[in-house]
Design a protein around this ligand. Structure first.
Ligand code: MN
Length: 424
């Protein structure tokens, strides 16, 4: 479904006087408000195809109804989000959960919503029906050359599907590792993985990138073959200039300084992509900014500073994606909250007085350095984010409009209450 555009206009008109009061108050304090609004408008966050249904844990899944039954319906859902917030202009597909059987048709459906295809995600962490060999003991790291070959061929097939859709990134997350001491020879597992990735790398078109995502633990609990940013960077450096590390916020050990990792990967020119979520304990896949909003701001602060230091274009030079799972919320509402949290943190990072911060750092003025960062973090930038959305044709309050238009109820009527989207 699509929302009639007059509905967005009516919603905006009703909220306009209050919005303008708040925006005028805030923008009077920000000398470069118009420039920040343009940066916010340009910034698009990809929605993964697996986040549109209700997620579960290994203990259960409780679908809320109206979930997309097909790839077309998933694209429609992302189109709806984009219509509301004008910041979700891309979709990231997971193969084989969302194989585009007819790529020309799928491309056309996406184009109707103004969406492009972000990174393609391969999957060698599950066995699929009819699959010849099992990934129980890993895929690209596997002791058997035949298993490795099967996993390599899957990744190359994903690249080919991505080419047909106009994507230009293969994102690889491996669950490879071990559950018990002695199970793996670490060096052999690394070398097998490297050789497998080299074969995949050789199949990348010239304009493509490959992202190597790392994760500290789960599903393997003793070792993970791409377990942290050091291992990911080793692979990316050994593979070559088209290979990059990918940072997923939930894939670190507790209290890891993710903003420092981001800063150094950017310095090395090896940060390729970013997966947003939030967590309390591990890879919880919670709504972005719901647990640690200050950390999210600090990460954005380093992203902005590090990208500017290398003259990178914020919205195109890194791949931005949400990677979350929604077990108790409406997935679309959760995604609206996540995108809003990302835009708020990005706007706050753009507000940081960099000259003042640099001067404080050079003078070892720790107090002023903290004040500079917290001045930006404690600024309520929501009217600025809303103004950018309004200017782009979105809704002043996407979540409120989603609810008042009873969009989920409409989707349940259209698709039924007992449907379960593909994904985890
Ligand atoms: Mn991820």
């Amino acid at each position: 479904m699509q929302l009639a555009s007059y509905k967005i206009n009516e919603h905006n008109q009703a909220l306009l006087p209050a919005h303008e009061r708040a925006f005028n108050y805030l923008s009077a304090e920000i000398p470069h408000a118009a420039h920040i609004m343009q940066q916010l408008t340009d910034f698009q966050v990809a929605i993964p195809s697996w986040a549109l249904g209700t997620g579960g844990t290994r203990f259960g899944r409780f679908p809320g109804g109206g979930e997309p039954r097909s790839l077309e319906e998933k694209i429609n859902d992302v189109g709806l989000l984009h219509q509301l917030n004008q910041s979700s202009g891309a979709i990231s597909l997971h193969i084989p959960w969302d194989v585009p059987d007819n790529p020309a048709h799928i491309k056309a459906v996406a184009a109707q919503h103004g969406l492009r295809f972000d990174a393609m995600n391969s999957n060698t962490f599950q066995d699929q029906p009819g699959q010849a060999l099992s990934y129980k003991f890993g895929s690209l790291q596997h002791v058997s050359k035949d298993v490795r070959k099967q996993a390599i061929e899957h990744n190359i097939a994903v690249i080919e599907q991505g080419i047909a859709l106009g994507s230009d990134v293969l994102s690889v997350w491996l669950s490879d590792g071990s559950c018990f001491p002695g199970q793996l020879n670490f060096r052999q597992a690394f070398q097998n993985t490297l050789e497998s990735l080299q074969e995949i790398y050789a199949a990348l078109p010239d304009n493509w990138k490959i992202f190597v995502e790392y994760k500290a633990a789960e599903p393997n609990f003793y070792s993970t073959t791409v377990g942290d940013w050091g291992q990911s960077l080793l692979f990316a450096n050994k593979l070559g200039p088209k290979a990059y590390s990918l940072v997923d916020l939930g894939h670190h050990l507790p209290n890891a300084n993710i903003e420092q990792i981001v800063s150094l990967l950017l310095m090395e020119g090896k940060l390729g992509g970013f997966h947003f979520n939030d967590s309390k304990f591990g890879d919880d896949d919670l709504t972005v900014g719901s647990i640690k909003p200050y950390q999210l701001f600090l990460i954005f602060n380093e992203l902005v500073e590090g990208m500017d230091a290398r003259n990178m274009t914020h919205h195109t030079d890194l791949a931005w994606m949400i990677d979350a799972s929604h077990n108790v919320k409406d997935p679309l509402e959760d995604l609206l909250q996540s995108v809003e949290a990302i835009m708020i943190s990005y706007a706050q990072a753009l507000l940081v007085d960099r000259k003042k911060l640099y001067a404080a750092q050079q003078a070892n003025d720790v107090v002023t350095a903290q004040e500079v960062l917290q001045q930006a973090f404690r600024t309520d930038v929501r009217p600025l984010v809303a103004a950018a959305r309004l200017q782009a044709g979105g809704a002043l309050q996407p979540l409120a409009l989603f609810r008042s238009e009873k969009i989920r109820e409409q989707l349940i009527r259209e698709r039924g209450s007992k449907v379960m989207a593909t994904g985890l």
